[in-house]
Write a protein that binds this ligand. Sequence first.
Ligand code: PLP
Ligand code: COI
Length: 345
Amino acid sequence: MSTKKDMDWGSLGFTFMQTDYSYVSNWKDGKWDSGVLTSDHTVTLSECAGILHYCQECFEGLKAYTTEEGKIVCFRPDLNAERMYDTAERLCMPPFPKDRFIEAVKQVVKANEAYVPPFGSGATLYIRPVMYATGEVIGVKPADEYQFRILVTPVGPYYKGGAVPIHICVSKYDRAAPRGTGNIKAGLNYAMSLQANVEAHANGFAENLYLDSESRTYVEEAGGANIIFVNKEGTLVVPQSHTDSILPSITRRSLVVVARDLLGMTVDERPVKFSEVENGDFVEAGLCGTAAVISPVGKISYNDEEIDISGMEAAGPVMTKLRNTLTDIQSGKIEGPEGWVVEIA
Ligand code: PLP
Ligand code: COI
């Protein structure tokens, strides 16, 4: 086993730190090359590369964890492989084969073992696969050359404080068009969220909540995470979209199984009206995602209205239970459903 890097793992934020290796594979002449680990962390592109003009780009996000016994594992990488495959197809990019995606994740994590935070440190190794058009295009069309890369970087909590409640606001902007690209993980969905993000932060909010852009009636999701609620009866209420514009979060889909099968909760997956939030129907809410894990939502502001969900003092009992159960599965402390935790080293 390699020696760990000497750093204060517990004080890491969600920022980029260069590690030793990235994985890179190129698509040329209609096929992916065999792929290699590289210590070159720069990318040189033609000024006419498709990514620079028409934004043909997509990415993924998953994490590697150290278990109590010192093994390195990751969580459901097959679902990231599948989502990136679907995203690539939607953007007319050549999908990276799913089995090769998983092998590449294992290879690059193993090569950077010294950067995988130790068990119990509160930090994890964030894995960021990314694919972009390197081929030249000047008329609007898909490029004919692409690069697939995976970089890894050790990270701490995405929202300051980790499991402490956050105050979010409903954005006046829309995130995704009905039947547009909200359900895929493409950089373009984040470029247009930056102004909303900067404004939310400037106004003291941790994140934006987006309503459906067709009717601005239903809750969709946050800028970088899905949202889940708990109602007064203790049911986990999980928003669905009429217009297929919510990103299919792997964390959210896993929590539905954890809540229903492991914790015996009732789960209701359905469109959720924002008026239900305003009416005080929900006693807890949380943002869920790879980066967010589950961040409890204490308050939601909408224009001048401030809606108290479970307050800013502490996370509610259900979000706490869900978060602990999920992170215990991810770090191998308790056994999850078969195939969820994949051993790397
Ligand atoms: N929604 C958005 C917009 C995201 O960027 C993310 C992050 O990946 C998620 C939801 C959560 O998805 P996952 O749980 O697969 O990380
Ligand atoms: C992730 O959770 O992996 C994401 O990609 C979200 C991003 C906003 C950091």
